[in-house]
Design a protein around this ligand. Structure first.
Ligand SMILES: *Cc1c(COP(=O)(O)O)cnc(C)c1O
Length: 227
C-alpha cells in the first residue's frame, strides 16, 4: 500500500518538485517500505522520534525537520539533519549556526512565514521576515544557509482561501529573493503543501511538498509520545 500511495503522489509532481515523505508517528517499518520503493527524503516533526529513526534506517536518507524546533534540541539534529524547514526566529538561527559549526557543517534552513489565519501557527509575519533579513546579522552566520521559505496554509475546506495564502507566500518569496538573495542561487526552495492542499501549492510554485497521510495513512497519536 505505502509503495502504491507513494507512487500515486509522485505521479502528480512535476519533476523539479521534491517530495518530503512526512513519516511522523509512523513506525520504522513503514518508512522502510517507502525507502524500498525509492523514497529518500523523510520529514519528521519531533526531535527524539527523528533521532531514534535515523539510527535505525539507511544512512543515505535525507532527514528534514519540519516541526517547531526548540533551541535546546538543535544539538541533537545538527550532526545529520539535511534541512530545517521551520526556522522562525534569529535566536533559533543563531543556535543552529553554533551547533552546525561544532559539527563542522553548514545546515540549510528555511524561514517559516505565517500566512494562515489561524493564530496558533508558528512563523514570522511578512514584516518580521523583512526586518530579520534587513537587520543583516544572518549574513554573519556562516554555518547556516538560508535556502528559502516554508509555510502552512489555514486548515480549511475553503480552497479559495488556501489558494490566496499560497499566492501570498509565493509573492513574498519572490520579493525576498529580489531584495536579499538575487545573487544567491541557494535561496531557491519554497516548502508548501501537505496531503490536503499540495496540488494548490504546486500551482504557486512550491518546490518541496510535505505529504504524510496520503502516503502512510492516518497517524496513530497514541503510539508515540510527543517529544
Ligand atoms: C504533519 C505535517 C505535514 C503532513 O501532513 P499530512 O496532512 O499528513 O500530509 C506537513 N507539514 C507539517 C509541518 C506537518 O507537521
Amino acid at each position: 500500500m505505502i509503495a502504491e500511495n507513494l507512487h500515486s503522489v509522485l505521479d502528480t509532481l512535476p519533476k523539479e518538485v521534491r517530495l518530503v515523505a512526512v513519516s511522523k508517528f509512523h513506525p520504522v517499518s513503514s518508512l522502510q517500505q517507502a525507502y524500498d520503493a525509492g523514497q529518500r527524503i523523510f520529514g519528521e516533526s519531533h526531535v527524539q522520534e527523528l533521532v531514534e529513526k535515523e539510527a535505525l534506517l539507511p544512512k543515505d536518507i535525507e532527514w528534514h525537520f519540519i516541526g517547531h524546533l526548540q533551541t535546546n534540541k538543535v544539538k541533537y539534529l545538527a550532526p545529520f539533519v539535511s534541512l530545517i524547514h521551520a526556522v522562525d526566529s534569529l535566536k533559533l538561527l543563531r543556535e543552529i549556526n553554533r551547533q552546525a559549526e561544532r559539527c563542522q557543517r553548514t545546515i540549510p534552513c528555511l524561514l517559516q512565514i505565517h500566512i494562515a489565519q489561524e493564530e496558533t501557527k508558528f512563523g514570522l509575519t511578512p514584516d518580521e521576515l523583512r526586518q530579520l533579513l534587513e537587520a543583516g546579522e544572518w549574513r554573519e552566520l556562516t554555518h547556516v544557509q538560508i535556502a528559502g521559505l516554508m509555510c502552512m496554509a489555514t486548515n480549511t475546506d475553503d480552497e479559495g482561501q488556501i489558494d490566496s495564502e499560497f499566492a501570498l507566500a509565493a509573492e513574498i518569496f519572490r520579493e525576498m529573493k529580489t531584495a536579499f538573495f538575487s545573487d544567491d542561487a541557494a535561496f531557491c526552495e519554497l516548502s508548501m503543501g501537505m496531503s490536503g492542499d499540495y496540488l494548490i501549492a504546486l500551482r504557486h510554485g512550491s518546490t518541496l511538498v510535505r505529504v504524510g497521510s496520503m502516503i502512510f495513512g492516518e497517524r496513530d497519536y497514541t503510539t508515540h509520545k510527543q517529544t
